[in-house]
Design a protein around this ligand. Structure first.
Ligand code: MG
Length: 361
């Protein structure tokens, strides 16, 4: 950890809190997560990711949060850390138990920087849950028995590597396959040579016109594919609406679904949304987005980036709100520094401890 990473909040105790509380100590650091396999989508290819972790300690309790900067939105770990550190003195002056106002005040001072927001939000909620002595799913009023199964994701690769990855994912009942290139048929063929499990596909905006997307999806309908995620570029809302009227598989928005204000227009073109904490800025924003999407009659998925068990467990705590989950980012890395949510025969099993319920690996 760099010396610069150690910074201290300069808080006076808020009068409204009454009782004495310790001055908080907030630590932000960048951590490199190493991937087990090179991870390739239509967007990029990488062997490691650099995420931001934030530890917030006061009253003898440490809450931890994580944010995964998303290159698609112009974010990186250095800027995310800088943004989180810029809020330290502000956070020190507020009362995190009143987390709605606390987070609103923090984010009012942050333009963009959703990974930083996620790290702040998750660490705050972990602290609040521990302070109350309850797991976060209970704080959000959710039933852990309703946590969905999670897909396991297979990145773009050579057919023989795709087949190997499918074999390694034997315990997962549903797979998510990255497509969006000219060789999609070859990729799906490699998967189908190994398994007849239900498949979900994610084109990551890779099909650039509606005729290509229609042709691809019509073929995928014959291959046991049950969801198509982000078939075309995010801005192609009108073309996606055209596409939806011509296919029988639900279309899900991911890159097009950034914030809660996106959802009303997405409801006109998509059947479902994929909400991610690092994309939208944390658990509280994700909770609101999932509720709003449901009120529009949309199906919902909670997804992730390449993240440790901190970010994945945070997402898992709101997963009982969703129809589907794609929370495998921690399973794709070789050096997860934490343990939290587990997977049993594909189903997410939430930890029982207070807050996030994560512990060092
Ligand atoms: Mg996606």
């Amino acid at each position: 950890m760099t010396r610069r990473g150690w910074l201290h909040g300069l808080a006076a105790v808020p009068a409204a809190l009454g009782a004495q509380v310790q001055r908080p100590r907030i630590v932000v650091e960048e951590v490199t997560l190493r991937l087990k396999h090179t991870w390739t989508t239509t967007m990029s290819s990488s062997d490691e990711r650099r995420n931001v972790f934030l530890r917030h300690t006061r009253d003898g309790i440490t809450g931890i949060g994580e944010g995964a900067p998303i290159v698609r939105y112009g974010e990186n770990a250095y800027q995310a850390r800088d943004a989180a550190e810029s809020l330290i003195s502000t956070l020190g002056h507020e009362n995190p138990l009143a987390y709605v106002d606390y987070l609103r005040e923090a984010f009012r001072r942050l333009t963009g920087q959703y990974a930083a927001r996620a790290a702040i939000d998750i660490s705050t909620m972990d602290w609040v849950g521990q302070k109350h002595g309850i797991p976060l799913y209970r704080l959000f009023g959710l039933d852990p028995a309703k946590a969905p199964i999670t897909t396991f994701s297979i990145g773009i690769d050579k057919p023989e590597v795709v087949r190997q990855k499918v074999r390694e994912a034997e315990v997962f009942p549903v797979l998510k396959i990255k497509v969006g290139l000219d060789n999609d048929e070859e990729t799906i063929g490699a998967v189908r040579a190994e398994t007849d499990k239900p498949l979900r596909v994610d084109a990551n905006e890779g099909w650039k016109d509606k005729e290509t997307a229609l042709r691809k999806i019509r073929w995928l309908e014959s291959q046991g594919v049950e969801i198509v995620e982000q078939p075309m570029p995010a801005e192609m809302i009108e073309e996606t609406r055209w596409l939806r009227g011509r296919v029988n598989i639900p279309l899900m928005a991911d890159e097009a679904c950034r914030s809660i204000t996106d959802i009303p227009k997405l409801a006109e073109a998509y059947d479902a949304v994929n909400v991610k904490l690092s994309k939208s800025g944390g658990m509280c924003e994700a909770y609101k987005m999932l509720q709003l999407a449901r009120s529009y009659g949309m199906k919902t998925m909670i997804g992730c980036m390449i993240e440790s068990s901190v970010g994945i467990t945070a997402a898992a705590h709101v997963s009982p709100l969703t129809d589907w989950a794609d929370l495998d980012g921690n399973l794709l890395i070789a050096n997860d520094p934490y343990r939290g949510v587990t997977v049993e025969n594909g189903k997410l099993v939430l930890p029982e401890g207070p807050g996030l319920g994560v512990r060092p690996a």
